[in-house]
Design a protein around this ligand. Structure first.
Ligand code: ATP
Length: 896
């Protein structure tokens, strides 16, 4: 491949690469090139293959210790034990592998979904394809907020600037120019006619011919650096890792004591060694962090079903502790289906019904028809949306606000295509969320068109549309029935009053102004001044029907929804009160935020739930103030400049439909349906996952502590060691597995969204879990030992099997009882988690098999229990179950 594209003109490049820029590649080229160059993707070394997952399973410390134990048993010619240990390793590895592999696949599937779409021209048509399908020769469109999908030579640029810091380290955006030709040895940062994969479009728009894709791109060359998928542990994993280490120390000390006591009692050294190994394996909860990853990954998959795409795994757990959701208004809380309902020129207001036909509109407009026409022509010209007609139905392509203006202009009888041709656009200042307006410069046609009557005889005209407040400040005159009048206080007041009337009803209001010009180039400060104000356009955007309910759900869940919008304060307040986001009249505006320090804002953030006329930078300030007040903040964003706020928030949320690639890239979570209610669903799912992880830990630690205590206390009662090494391994590595997995799919607790969020820094063992582990562990120990003790005292050989079976049964009873933190199992019904019911039956069945079939009796050294004895085991289990039910009952009372 040639790499000196930057030294050539764009037509040379097009010719060289074999594409006609105006029509793009043809289907035949596409197939051929795709097979030649492959997909446009970087080789991902982040994900794990099946073999790798298996290898990691087999080389975990626990398995290595067990393998050593099996080896030693084999060496000592204890083949039965060696084979049994090996079988347990195989069973355990299979279980672990299948879980982790499923989690890996879930994550890989999520990653694939996150691939952005790009606009390309092929076969003379423009459409969107996955950026993975781009090939050299493709003509690709760029606009602000896009991530450049491949390397290429620019063929058109309109104020295009890209941010290339990922490649060159240069953080200032670079001006691009399709017409320039760079020197042969110019460094990447100076190649102004080229764009590179992985860089961002900061502003403007352009088109380029793809020259390299995938690993052949500049980014591909340094891919090794970029691909280091971060292996950082999630906060919960870190805490668990620490916990596991602390517990390991305690457990190993106890193992040491048991080992010594055993030796002192004259137990066989080999036997004691195997017991120590089994106990160590049992007691050290080294698998906890892995279990968390699996729960989170599978949780992320469940969230996807509810339209929330998780991009960063820790987000799943952070979601559970969100206390404030800062949400955009348009499209997230509202439907983003704008309809113009009011036109207002020079104090003459027209309220429009959907059913108004053209002649009725003209009648309503009466003598002001010309002003209304100019208002709508300006709105249609200063506009990037397109109205496509497909089988008689007009469809909007582009921004819904702009689309609504085109629909209105069309209803008014303006031919959008015709005026576009009469007033060709020669320059533009794109809309941005700081200025909150947009301006386009057009050649002013000669001759007396209806619309232009009275405009002036200058060669150019600028049309600006945008937020009324800003536009009014820039206007020095006003358009009054075909004549320009100077703007005075009266006019200002009349226009503001009209604006107030509409915004109070929750409408989005745009002003339109124009300015005849002698020149066409210049910055915003030069072009956007001395405007002549034409009028206002009011549009409605109904709230999403599900938003109100979601807001209510947040309130019950102790989460505060906050609206942050670029719209007018009255519009914002009207919609926020309708949805129940605010009950006061307090609104903070961007202007007020400008004058506040973060400390001053901190005093207000707990009361103010509506922020209006804000720019993306204000979002950072709001997050900072909230975080300093101890909140865990989820923040939505869609625009180019929202990325820093999304990064700063605890959970950055990007819009899947209207969001830019840049925000998606920065986000922890993407809303595939742009819907506020989806954030709330994801939080709910996050809480369920957190709950289930806690239940799992509770289950595991309780069982482990019971086992260790049984081994530790028995010698003090004068008994020999009650459990044999294989029995310990069985309880830990086999009977734990299926039940633990099934706990992971435990449905949501009834009150999951009826309680306050769990604080991010709260100990996972908090809320009484530490106590639970201790007292239930002791109870299990007592109940399992008591029966065994009497049998042992009577010299009956069943005593050991009885302790073993009691423990397994108690464990099953416990898992059923802790399915809910508060609700009784009697109320939930055993089959409300059929997987768990199945796992418990399976485990009990296996235990019976171990006790009553000769093969297993031989391996596990069990003896058959009679009806009374097995009944006693069941009774012990019922004891544990009832005790935990009582604990929950007491908790329920205290919650009430
Ligand atoms: P939200 O937070 O409600 O989603 P936003 O913050 O994205 O809205 P913007 O789209 O930035 O709001 O719009 C802010 C203001 O800019 C609007 O109130 C409107 O007056 C003006 N505006 C919006 N879209 C355009 C546009 N295409 N052209 C000109 N002005 C616009």
């Amino acid at each position: 491949m040639i790499t000196s594209w930057h030294e050539r003109t764009s037509s040379e490049v097009a010719q060289q690469i074999g594409v006609e820029p105006l029509s793009g590649l043809r289907d035949t080229d596409v197939a051929e090139r795709l097979s030649k160059y492959g997909f446009n993707e970087l080789i991902d070394r982040g994900g794990k293959s099946a073999a790798r997952v298996l290898w990691e399973q087999l080389t975990s410390t626990m398995i290595i210790i067990l393998l050593a134990a099996a080896g030693i048993s084999f060496f000592l010619r204890d083949y039965k034990d060696a084979i049994a240990i090996l079988s347990i390793i195989v069973l355990n590895t299979l279980l672990g592998f299948s879980q982790e592999y499923r989690a890996e696949r879930a994550m890989a599937a999520l990653k694939k979904l996150a691939i952005p779409f790009v606009k390309v021209r092929r076969n003379g048509r423009v459409f969107e394809i996955s950026s993975r399908d781009i090939i050299p020769g493709d003509v690709v469109f760029l606009e602000a907020g896009n991530l450049v999908p491949a390397d290429g030579r620019l063929i058109e640029t309109v104020n295009l600037r890209t941010q290339e810091s990922s490649l060159t380290g240069e953080s200032e955006p670079i001006d691009k120019d399709a017409h320039s030709v760079s020197a042969p040895d110019s460094p990447l940062g100076d190649r102004r006619n080229m764009v590179f994969r992985g860089t961002l479009v900061a502003s403007g728009r352009g088109q380029f011919i793809v020259t390299e894709t995938g690993m052949a791109t500049q980014l591909g060359h340094i891919a090794g650096m970029m691909q280091k998928a971060s292996q950082d542990l999630t906060p919960l994993q870190k805490r668990l890792d620490k916990l596991a280490k602390q517990l390991a120390v305690i457990a190993l000390m106890i193992v040491g004591v048991v080992f010594l006591l055993g030796l002192l009692r004259g137990e066989d050294l080999k036997n004691m060694f195997l017991i120590a190994v089994s106990m160590a394996v049992a007691a050290v909860p080294e698998g906890l962090p892995a279990v968390v990853t699996i729960s989170l990954a599978l949780g992320a998959q469940r969230m996807l079903k509810r339209h929330a795409l998780i991009r960063k795994l820790p987000a799943v757990e952070t979601l559970g502790s969100v206390t404030v959701i800062c949400s955009d208004k348009t499209g997230t809380l509202t439907q983003n289906q704008m309809t113009v309902t009011v036109l207002d020129v020079a104090g003459h207001s027209l309220e429009l019904q959907q059913s108004d036909h053209r002649s009725l509109l003209e009648e309503k407009a009466a003598g002001k028809k010309h002003s209304f026409s100019l208002l709508l022509a300006g709105a249609a010209l200063c506009n990037d949306a397109v109205l496509n007609e497909e089988s008689g139905v007009k469809k909007i392509v582009g921004d819904p606000t702009e689309g609504a203006l085109l629909v209105m202009a069309d209803r008014w009888g303006l031919s959008i295509e015709a005026i576009g041709k009469k007033f060709p656009r020669v320059n533009e200042l794109a809309f941005d969320s700081n200025r909150k307006r947009m301006t386009t410069i057009h050649t002013l046609p000669e001759g007396d068109l209806e619309i232009t009557a009275g405009l002036s005889n200058k060669p150019f005209v600028a049309f600006s549309k945008g937020a009324l407040d800003g536009l009014l400040e820039l206007s020095s005159s006003v358009w009054l029935d075909g004549a320009i009048q100077s703007m005075n206080g009266d006019w200002r007041e009349r226009i503001n009053a009209a604006n107030r009337k509409l915004t109070e009803k929750g409408m989005r209001v745009l002003g339109v102004a124009f300015r005849p010009l002698d020149f066409k180039e210049g910055k915003a400060e030069i072009l956007e001044k001395d405007l002549t104000f034409v009028g206002l356009i009011g549009m409605v955007d109904p709230p999403r029907p599900e938003a109100k309910e979601a807001v209510e759900k947040c309130r019950l869940a102790g989460i505060r929804p906050v609206m942050i919008t670029g719209d007018h304060p009255l519009t914002a307040h009207s919609i926020a009160s309708h949805l129940g986001i605010t009950t006061t009249s307090q609104v903070l505006t961007g202007q007020e935020l400008n004058h506040m320090t973060v400390e001053e804002l901190m005093k207000k953030v707990d009361e103010v739930s509506v922020y209006a006329r804000v720019s993306p930078e204000h979002k950072l300030k709001i997050i900072e103030a909230l975080q300093k007040r101890g909140h865990n903040v989820a923040m939505t964003g869609d625009g180019v400049n929202d990325a820093p706020a999304l990064k700063k928030a605890d959970i950055g949320v990007a819009m899947g439909i209207t969001g830019t690639d840049v925000t998606k890239e920065a986000a922890d979570m993407v809303l595939l349906d742009d819907n506020f209610a989806t954030i709330v669903s994801a939080i709910e799912e996050g809480r369920v996952i957190y709950d289930n992880i806690r239940k799992f830990i509770k289950y595991l630690l309780t069982t482990n502590s019971a086992e260790i205590l049984v081994m530790l206390l028995a010698p003090f009662l004068g008994m020999p060691l009650p459990l044999l090494p294989l029995q310990i391994l069985w309880i830990n590595l086999v009977t734990d597995g299926p039940t633990a997995l099934a706990l992971g799919v435990e449905p949501a607790e009834q009150n999951v969204m009826g309680r306050s969020p769990i604080h991010a820094s709260e100990n996972i063992l908090g809320q009484g879990m530490g106590w639970h582990v201790m007292w239930v562990g002791l109870l299990m120990t007592f109940l399992s030992l008591v029966g065994g003790y009497f049998l042992w005292a009577q010299g009956q050989q069943e005593w050991q099997t009885m302790v073993f079976t009691s423990l397994t049964f108690c464990q099953m009873a416990h898992v059923l009882a802790i399915r809910s933190e508060l609700s009784s199992l009697f109320k939930m019904g055993i089959f409300s988690n059929p997987w768990l019911a199945g796992a418990v039956f399976l485990t009990v069945g296996l235990q019976i098999l171990l006790v009553y079939t000769p093969v297993f009796q031989e391996i596990f050294h069990t003896v058959p229990l009679d009806a009374r004895q097995i009944g006693l085991c069941a009774l012990s289990a019922s004891g544990v179950f009832l005790a935990v039910e009582v604990e929950k009952g007491l908790k329920r009372r205290s919650v009430k």
